[in-house]
Design a binder for this molecule. Structure first.
Ligand code: SIN
Length: 486
């Protein structure tokens, strides 16, 4: 595994945390081990940060906030754009690190580096457009203003499935707004965050503005929620954990943004372009080996076009090459770990026992690593686990439907509300159905709707708050009303 050696950004034999501009080990001198999900081999050991490191990081961020907040938006934008340039210059290494630690296919990981960098570009620009307001006063001797100011120290708790993009989607607006912060990366993907920290250092961003503390999730997150200096927390992860964070945020009434789980319906109407619909389904379902919160989880296809659609889709799925994530010719890498594979196995087994037909795949792949074959299941029904629980794996369940009202009802019948997709060539139906789906993101004839300039977030139990777009910077700002007597 040549690519595993000789990183410029990280000393893989001696990984350190990044606090107050320094590279440090954990005070408890304990470590956790990272394994490459393609091979099962140990990649390295990572210092297990805990409360002490979280306290130090928050103190450093509080100290750094004093000056960072005073910079002009233009000065902060220069830093962000420098960081963006460094990310792009180091795309190969960042993608390789990501691929080794959490299994994303290398070419897709390169795409993620660009996606992550695009949040820095967008928010460098957006920071320059944090406009205030003047309000007409009701008396002649007053002037009323609203100014926007950074909330202060923030915390970003980031997921393993997009280790860089979900971090810059939070840090980009935070830094542009004038906030400083602590990042707690997922334990499956701390190296991407630490390599990013190296770029923060290279960009000359003042010490303490960004701090990265990997390690004991419970301890670090307890400190984040209990420390009064942290004013806002943004979390991407499961709905289950999101609910506990809502409780934890209550005592100090911390601002919270939650990007939680999803169970996306993907609807193919009989008037859809089936070639495009199957391409969209492939992209939505098999991106990151099915490990995204916006993956198509239930593919509803009109009865009249089901057979034709399935034929095209299965043919495309057969072409997907599976293998070591660093192999530039593969599209499907491993799942993040054994637990991930077990969940997929459980869902497929349950579906088959309840009457689903396996049209493609349906089992583990190879005898090492955490691979599962890209799979298509037909004859899927509501009683199957796969219809309500997030599979987080490369399994496309197909359900036939007959009419529009029925499929909208089925699509909305979920506790989640993150993303939904529909394919149709009827413009009235496109508008009608898009408006009827209770989801925060709609892919209308589009299998990959995410973009830095667009708001991303969920309804119902998929969380609250929006990231990306001009909306994504709001939560990092306080609106202050000033009444001036003259
Ligand atoms: C996610 O699945 O959480 C993010 C997907 C995206 O930004 O496209």
């Amino acid at each position: 595994m040549e690519k595993n050696k000789g990183f410029k950004l990280l000393d893989i034999e001696d990984i350190k945390l990044f606090i107050n501009g320094e590279w440090v080990s954990s005070s408890s001198n304990s470590y956790f081990t990272l394994k490459n999900p393609s091979t099962g081999e140990t990649v390295t050991k990572v210092p297990r940060g805990g409360r002490k490191e979280a306290i130090e990081a928050i103190e450093a961020a509080s100290e750094a906030f004093q000056n960072w907040a005073k910079l002009t938006a233009y000065e902060r934008a220069d830093y962000l754009l420098k960081l963006r340039d460094l990310m792009l210059e180091n795309e190969d290494e960042l993608a390789t690190i990501m691929s080794i630690e959490m299994g994303k296919a290398y070419t897709e990981a390169c795409g993620e580096v660009k996606y992550a960098a695009s949040f820095l570009t967008w928010y460098a620009e957006e920071g320059r457009r944090i406009y205030g307001e003047t309000i007409p006063a009701s008396v002649s001797n007053k002037r009323l203003f609203v100014v926007k100011q950074p909330v202060g120290v923030i915390a970003a708790i980031t997921p393993w499935n997009f280790p860089l993009a979900m971090m810059t989607r939070k840090l980009g607006p935070a830094l542009a707004a004038g906030c400083t912060g602590i990042v707690k990366p997922a334990s499956q993907s701390p190296l991407s965050a630490l390599a990013f920290a190296k770029l923060v250092e290279m960009a000359g961003i003042p010490k303490g503005v960004v701090n990265i503390v990997a390690g004991a999730t419970q301890e670090i997150s307890d400190e984040i929620f209990e420390n009064p200096s942290v004013k806002k927390i943004s979390f991407t992860g499961s709905t289950e954990v999101g609910k506990t964070l809502v409780e934890k945020s209550a005592p100090l009434l911390k601002k919270l943004a939650l990007e939680l789980g999803g169970h996306a319906p993907f609807i193919v109407f009989e008037d859809a372009d089936l070639e495009k619909a199957s391409e969209g389904a492939l992209a939505s379902k098999f991106r990151n080996a099915g490990q995204t919160c916006v993956c198509a989880n239930r593919i509803y296809v009109h009865e009249n076009v089901k057979d034709k659609f399935l034929k095209i889709l299965v043919e495309k799925v057969k072409q997907l090459k599976i293998g070591n994530s660093l192999d530039e010719t593969i599209q499907i890498g491993p799942l993040v770990n054994e637990e991930g594979v077990r969940k997929v196995e459980e869902h497929v087994l349950d579906a088959v026992e309840k009457g689903a037909t396996v049209l493609q795949g349906g089992r583990r792949f190879g005898d090492q690593g955490c691979f599962y074959e890209p799979t298509v299941l037909a004859d899927v029904t509501k009683e199957m686990k796969i219809m309500t629980e997030e599979t987080f794996g490369p399994v496309a369940p197909i359900i036939a439907f007959n009419n529009e009202d029925e499929v909208i009802k089925e699509a909305n019948d979920t506790i989640y509300g993150l993303a939904a997709y529909l394919y149709t060539s009827d413009i009235s139906r496109a508008v009608r159905v898009s408006e009827s789906l209770n989801f925060g993101v709609i892919g209308l004839n589009d299998g990959v709707p995410g973009a830095a300039q667009a708001p991303f977030g969920g309804m119902n139990q998929s969380g609250y708050g929006r990231e990306g777009g001009h909306q994504g910077i709001r939560d990092y700002l306080e609106e202050k009303y000033i009444s001036l007597g003259i």
